[in-house]
Design a protein around this ligand. Sequence first.
Ligand code: ATP
Length: 240
Amino acid sequence: MPDRLSVDDARYDFGAGAGLFGASLTVAPGEIHAVVGLNGSGKTTLMRAVVEMIRLTSGRVRVDGVDVTSLRARDWARVGHVIEQPFAYPEHTVRANLEMAALLHGVGDELTATVDRALGELGIEKFAGVLARRLSLGNRQRLGIAAALQHRPTLIMLDEPTNALDPAGVILVREALLRHAARGAGILVSSHHLDEVARVAHRISVFNRGRVVGALDPSGRDLERTFFRIVHADDESRTS
Ligand SMILES: Nc1ncnc2c1ncn2[C@@H]1O[C@H](COP(=O)(O)OP(=O)(O)OP(=O)(O)O)[C@@H](O)[C@H]1O
């Protein structure tokens, strides 16, 4: 079976040293692969490139073995993502937002059951009838994640999914990721919370200056120290 995601030597130059400079990584079926890195290291840019929000200057991105430049509209239903801000129509209710997202992702049958399941998975049942613009930051994040997961995509990409979440939300997201990985989805997740990603990730890659420069062992000790050692070694190798 091909990797759910494979990125080979991705390059995109924003100028002033920002962008992607030879980023490569894979996400296997059933794998949770976390990417950690300093602010501005390029984690979000990598995810934006995967969904073609930016078109790479060079390099290759494949989803389930298919080059993203040749994915058809319906193939994108295999992907679920929250990149940067979770998207929601502010003047629609939580339920209506989930219904629209489900329809856009090709959920035809069992729309109500799908949305009910998503509301439960992220613990936002009681907000089903609330306008999205009235949600707290954390509940908006829960809505975005619910919308990204509900159609059971084979590739899931979540950019700092637990940033605004309370401890209960962090646990719900952790359990959801484990459940979706167990059914065979590949999951790419970025985070700044080393201890949190170590609880769920099978692999942790360290991103620096637009590419993967090392790995952390999720069961290892003192992740923070190892993280900084890898980042500083990469910085030094590029300035020397
Ligand atoms: N549209 C843009 N134009 C110019 N530079 C950009 C643009 N988008 C991102 N950048 C720059 O690219 C670099 C990587 O940004 P990116 O958002 O991918 O980092 P990140 O690792 O996700 O950071 P954070 O942890 O803060 O979310 C940053 O220096 C950022 O300022």
